[in-house]
Ligand binder design. Structure first.
Ligand code: NOJ
Length: 504
């Protein structure tokens, strides 16, 4: 691959705890992931992004990192991580790890030192008096320690925020980047990337953060072909684009697309805005339908309100599963055809729905407890994958996965779907294969097609047409390469996407 492999890459997100369990303890691990690398190769992805795999008390699924230079023993060991990186590379799959620079874990050596010695608190945000900030997970953003001081945690109390006004914190993270780049990791996904600096009144998107990413870019450029990917939930696209300037991050997740309702005008607006935001800075857009923090698309697209918003307000609202499934297929081909990078969250390729009826006592997401139960949290999109067989644990490994899988997933196992040419899995496999040759990085040209249809042609001549209206639409001329649903006597039915090769 070229220096810029990431510009058009299809990146598969592995939520390790729920991917595959190699040692049978009910929790996914590196052994499980290694055993499933051939599956990912056959799926046709270019890279894997793993959620945090570091030692962690798991107060926030591993986003409470106790040691940035090791592997959580439940997942494996550092030696095994190195083996995994080598095995992925042998299959020509890149590896991206998650770096969490905004906050640490109360179990980290630095925080333990800070607790023991008030003079060792300058790496975090300790104050004599808290302000009125609320945690993003609910409840106050400050917790008091035994001697009376308070520390800041924008997320759970187990996740103390670092003080980025302290040069030692900068040095630490540059070392952490080198630690993983030295081990062959091809990129980092930067958690909560806009939150690092705080003023007295604000904690989001302060200008100082850009100097950090300029330094990180220099670190990345000490190596070949390394990519920095930002997790930036910013309402202002101009501010968002600043992070993607040539000397900062290479790329960032497109959350406007992820949150967008299944509506032709809104989708067109978001796609155009994405393209015009990225073009001036020369960064490739990305297309994301889901991740470990949001409602599964199959469920979301079947609801009356198809947008996504944090807070869980739509949890449990009725969802038409057939409609949601059809739209999720159409959305997948649309996302794959757009110019830039693509993210696929594990289970998306299986069309898994959100599990909305998990027993409350099994919910682990701190959002659930900290909201007093009003927000069910994100466990419903983190249920362990169904691989094979007729009953739980569906080949996940062990006998009792850390979250229970619905019995109905017997129809959704990878094994069952491989045997069905029309399955979601086979749609992803074929789509990703075609995408590799004909799509990815580049530009698009919109085709005039009426207000309920999104139609565009890519540089390679591939045309993508998505019908978001209520009746069938005629197809343009061309050879049909792939369709998300059955065509209706040569016309494109509602909630369906087709790819065509230009005629002539
Ligand atoms: C964003 C991550 O995606 C999410 O899972 C986590 O809870 C927060 N950042 C805090 O690290």
């Amino acid at each position: 691959m070229s220096q810029t492999w990431w510009r058009g890459a299809a990146i598969y997100q592995v939520y390790l705890r729920s991917f595959a369990d190699g040692n049978g303890d009910g929790v996914g691990d590196l052994a499980g992931l290694r055993s499933r690398l051939p599956y990912l190769k056959d799926l046709g992805v270019d890279a894997i992004w793993l959620n945090p795999w570091y030692p962690s008390p798991m107060a926030d699924g591993g986003y409470d990192v106790a040691d940035y230079r090791d592997i959580e023993p439940v997942f494996g060991s550092l030696a095994e991580a190195e083996t995994f990186i080598a095995e992925a590379h042998e299959l020509d799959i890149k590896v991206i790890v998650d770096v969490v620079p905004n906050h640490s874990s109360t179990a980290s050596a630095w925080f333990q030192e800070a607790l023991a010695d008030p003079k060792a608190r300058q790496r975090f945000w300790f104050r004599d008096e808290p302000n009125d900030w609320q945690s993003i997970f609910g409840g106050p953003a400050w917790t008091q320690v035994a001697d009376g001081q308070w520390y800041l945690h924008l997320f759970a109390p187990e996740q103390p925020d670092f003080n980025w006004d302290n040069p030692e914190v900068h040095q630490e993270f540059e070392d952490v980047l080198r630690f993983w780049f030295d081990r062959g990791v091809d990129g980092v996904r930067i958690d909560s990337a806009a939150l690092l600096f705080k003023s007295d009144s604000r904690y989001e998107d302060l200008d100082e953060v850009h100097d950090v990413y300029r330094r990180w870019r220099q670190v990345a450029e000490e190596y070949a072909e390394r990519v920095l990917i930002g997790e930036l939930w910013l309402p202002d696209q101009e501010r968002f684009a600043l992070y993607l300037r040539q000397d900062e991050l290479h790329t960032a997740f497109n959350f406007d697309f992820l949150s967008c309702p299944w509506d032709p005008a809104e989708l067109r607006r978001v796609i155009d805005l994405t393209l015009t935001t990225h073009a001036p800075v020369g960064a490739p857009p990305t297309w994301v339908l889901s991740n470990h923090d949001v409602t599964r698309p199959v469920t979301r697209y079947g609801r009356a309100d198809t947008s996504f918003a944090h807070g869980g307000a739509l949890h449990g609202t009725p969802s038409d599963s057939e409609l949601g499934y059809r739209r999720a297929r159409a959305a997948a081909l649309l996302a794959m055809a757009l110019p830039g990078g693509l993210y696929v969250y594990q289970g998306e390729e299986l069309g898994l729905p959100e599990v909305e009826d998990l027993p409350d006592e099994l919910r682990q997401d701190p959002m659930y407890a900290r909201s007093g139960g009003s927000n069910p949290g994100r466990d419903g999109c983190r249920v362990p994958l169904p691989w094979s067989g007729e009953e739980p644990p569906f080949g996940f490994g062990g006998t009792r996965p850390w979250l229970p899988q619905p019995e109905s997933w017997r129809k959704l196992t990878a094994e069952a779907q491989l045997a069905d040419l029309d399955s979601m899995l086979n749609l992803y496999r074929t789509g990703l294969r075609l995408r590799r040759d004909r799509l990815g990085d580049g530009t698009l040209t919109w085709l005039p097609y009426g207000q309920n249809v999104l139609a565009f042609t890519r540089d390679s001549g591939l045309t993508c047409v998505t019908n978001l209206g209520s009746g069938p639409v005629r197809l343009p001329a061309g050879e049909i390469l792939l369709a998300s649903g059955t065509l209706d006597d040569g016309a494109l039915p509602p909630d369906t996407t087709v790819w065509l090769a230009s005629a002539g």
